[in-house]
Design a protein around this ligand. Structure first.
Ligand code: ADP
Length: 538
C-alpha cells in the first residue's frame, strides 16, 4: 500500500510532468515509467486506440523480468472489455496479480499490474490523473500531428520554392499593395537587375516606367481579379525598365493572374514573362523554309513545262522539214532552206541537251576541271568566229577590246569552260539585242583577268537581275519564250566561273542594255582551293 502523502506527491508530479512534457513519446518513454515505479507496478502498458478503433500496443514497461508471461492474456482481456472515458478503473485478477485498466480519455488504455491492490481512495485519485494524462497525450499527439503537417508544409514549400527558383520563366509575385515580394532566378537574368535591388523596394503600381507601358493595364486588371494572358508580343522597352532589353526588340509571352484567399480576398498577383524570341525566330525560319520549298517546287514545275516546250519546238522543226524534203515539188532553194532549218533546230536541240548534261553534272558534283595553258585572246576570237554569222544576220556589230599582249594573255585554267562562259554571254547579248554594238572586253588587274560582254539590247529589269543566275528562275521569267532558251545558260556560267575561282555579276538597265562581268584568277592552285570539287550553287 502506498502511503497517502506519497500518493499525493506522485500524483502532483505526474500532473506536473504531463503538463510540461508535450511530446507523446516523451511522456510514454520517459515520464511514465518513473511514476509507475513509484506506484510499485511491476508491469504497465499503454494501448493506443488507432483510427478505425484498432488498439495498438505502444509500450510495455516491464520492471520485473520474468513476470510478464501473462501480459498477452491481460491485454486481450482489457481490450475486449468496454470501458468508459473517465470511468472507474476496471480490475482483473490473474495468477494472484491485480491488473487495473484505466481509460486514457480517448487516447487509449493504461494497464497497471501490481502484486497488491490499490486502495479505493488511491484509485479514485488515479482516475483523475489518468484522465489528465490522456488529455495531455491527446494534446501532444495533436501537436505532433501539427508539427508533422508543418514540417510537410515546409518541405512542400521548399519544393515549390525550388521549382519557382529554377523555372526558366521569369516569375514575380506582388502583394495586394503592389509591392514585389517574391522573384525567381530567371527574373534577375531576364531584367539584369539583382533581386536584392528590387525585392520589397519595387512597387509595380507605383513604377512610372511601367505606368507608361501597356502592361500596366493588364496589371490593373489582375488587381481587379482578372487573369490575363498576352501571347507572343513584341517587347522593346524604351525606358529604364530593363538593363538587358533596353532598345532590344524581343518576343515575349506574359501571364498576369491574381491569387485569391479562402476568404475571397486578393492577396497577391503573379506576373510571369517568357522570352519566346528563339521560338519565334525558329517559326520564322520554318515559314521561310516552307515558302522556299513551295517556291522551288513551283519553279521546278515551270522549268519542266518550259523544258518540254524547248525540246518540242526544234524537234517539230526537224520532223516537219524532213517531211517536206520528201516532197519532189521542192526546188533547190527550198531544199537548202529546209536543210538549213533542220541544222539550226538540231543545233538548238544539241545546245539544250548540253545544258541539261552540264546542269545535272554540276548538281551531282560530277563536273570536273581540265586545267591547261589557255590563250584568253584566242578563246574570244573563237567565240567571234562561231557567232559571226548570227551577228551579221541580226545586223549587229561585235567589237573586241583586249588590252592583253601576246605575253600576258595566257592563263592556266579550264579552256573549255572559259570558252563556254564567253560564248554563252555573247549568245545572250545577240539573242536579247535588236540592234547596236556588242563588246567583249578583257583586261588584267590585281591578279585577275576581267571579262565583260556588253550589249545595247532589251536589258533586264532590276527586280529580275538577282534571279537570272539561279537555275529554275529563268524559266519563270515571262519574256523568255519569245527569245528561246532553256534558262540554264547563266546558272551554268556562274557555276563554271566559280569553279575557275572567279566571280560573275551584271549591270543592266531595262531598254538600254546589259553588261555581264566575270573574273578568273591569273594564278590559282585549284587543288589547294578545293575548286575541283565545286558544284553549282543557288
Ligand atoms: P536563256 O537565255 O536560255 O533564257 P540564260 O540563263 O542564259 O537563259 O539567261 C537567263 C535569263 O536572263 C534570260 O531568260 C533573259 O531573261 C535574261 N538575260 C540573259 N542575258 C541577257 C541579256 N544580255 N539581255 C537581256 N536579258 C538577258
Amino acid at each position: 500500500m502506498v502511503d497517502k502523502s506519497f500518493q499525493t506527491e506522485i500524483l502532483l508530479e505526474l500532473v506536473f510532468s504531463v503538463s510540461h512534457e508535450k511530446s507523446e513519446r516523451l511522456i510514454l518513454d520517459k515520464s511514465l515509467p518513473l511514476y509507475l515505479r513509484k506506484l510499485n507496478c511491476f508491469i504497465a502498458g499503454v494501448l493506443k486506440i488507432e483510427e478505425e478503433s484498432r488498439i495498438k500496443e505502444l509500450m510495455i514497461v516491464p520492471f520485473a523480468a520474468g513476470k510478464t508471461n501473462d501480459w498477452d492474456k491481460v491485454k486481450t482481456y482489457f481490450s475486449s472489455v468496454s470501458m468508459e472515458d473517465g470511468g472507474k478503473p476496471t480490475q482483473f485478477t490473474y495468477n494472484s496479480v491485480y491488473y487495473y485498466g484505466l481509460c486514457l480519455n480517448g487516447y487509449g488504455l493504461l494497464i497497471l499490474g501490481r502484486k497488491k491492490p490499490f486502495t479505493f481512495l488511491f484509485l479514485k485519485e488515479l482516475e483523475n490523473v489518468v484522465h489528465h494524462l490522456g488529455k495531455a497525450l491527446i494534446q501532444s499527439n495533436e501537436i505532433e500531428k501539427r508539427q508533422l503537417a508543418e514540417k510537410n508544409l515546409i518541405v512542400s514549400e521548399q519544393r515549390l520554392m525550388k521549382f519557382l527558383q529554377e523555372s526558366p520563366s521569369d516569375i514575380e509575385v506582388y502583394d495586394s499593395r503592389g509591392l514585389q515580394v517574391v522573384v525567381n532566378k530567371a527574373y534577375e537574368e531576364f531584367w539584369g537587375i539583382p533581386s536584392s535591388k528590387t525585392l520589397l523596394n519595387f512597387n509595380i503600381l507605383k513604377c512610372e516606367a511601367i505606368k507608361g507601358m501597356e502592361l500596366f493595364k493588364y496589371v490593373n486588371k489582375a488587381y481587379e481579379g482578372e487573369a490575363v494572358s498576352i501571347e507572343d508580343y513584341k517587347f522593346c522597352p524604351e525606358n529604364n525598365v530593363s538593363n538587358v532589353y533596353e532598345g532590344v526588340e524581343r518576343w515575349m509571352s506574359t501571364r498576369i493572374y491574381p491569387l485569391i484567399s479562402q476568404n475571397d480576398e486578393l492577396t497577391h498577383i503573379v506576373v510571369t514573362h517568357d522570352d519566346v524570341t528563339h521560338r519565334k525566330e525558329a517559326e520564322v525560319k520554318l515559314r521561310e523554309a516552307k515558302e522556299k520549298a513551295e517556291e522551288s517546287d513551283r519553279l521546278k514545275t515551270a522549268f519542266l513545262s518550259n523544258m518540254s516546250h524547248e525540246i518540242r519546238t526544234p524537234m517539230n522543226g526537224i520532223l516537219g522539214f524532213a517531211e517536206l524534203l520528201k516532197q519532189s515539188t521542192f526546188d533547190e532553194e527550198d531544199r537548202e532552206l529546209s536543210i538549213e532549218l533542220i541544222e539550226k533546230s538540231s543545233a538548238r536541240m544539241l545546245s539544250i541537251i548540253d545544258d541539261l548534261v552540264n546542269i545535272s553534272k554540276l548538281e551531282s558534283g560530277q563536273m570536273e576541271l581540265y586545267i591547261s595553258e589557255t590563250n584568253v585572246n584566242t578563246q574570244i576570237q573563237n567565240v567571234r568566229n562561231l557567232l559571226s554569222d548570227k551577228i551579221k544576220s541580226k545586223n549587229l556589230e561585235l567589237k573586241i577590246k583586249s588590252s592583253l599582249s601576246n605575253n600576258d594573255c595566257f592563263v592556266k585554267t579550264d579552256r573549255e569552260k572559259l570558252y563556254l562562259v564567253l560564248r554563252n554571254l555573247t549568245e545572250n547579248a545577240i539573242k536579247y539585242s535588236k540592234h547596236g554594238v556588242i563588246e567583249i572586253i578583257v583586261d588584267k588587274k590585281e591578279g585577275f583577268f576581267k571579262f565583260s560582254v556588253k550589249d545595247e539590247g532589251i536589258g533586264i529589269p532590276l527586280k529580275k537581275q538577282s534571279a537570272i543566275f539561279d537555275r529554275f528562275i529563268q524559266a519563270d521569267i515571262g519574256d523568255k519564250r519569245a527569245f528561246q532558251g532553256a534558262g540554264l545558260g547563266l546558272a551554268i556560267s556562274k557555276a563554271f566561273v566559280e569553279m575557275l575561282g572567279g566571280e560573275i555579276w551584271i549591270e543592266s538597265k531595262e531598254g538600254i542594255g546589259s553588261k555581264f562581268y566575270f573574273t578568273i584568277p591569273c594564278n590559282v592552285d585549284f587543288k589547294e582551293k578545293n575548286l575541283l570539287k565545286n558544284s553549282i550553287t543557288n
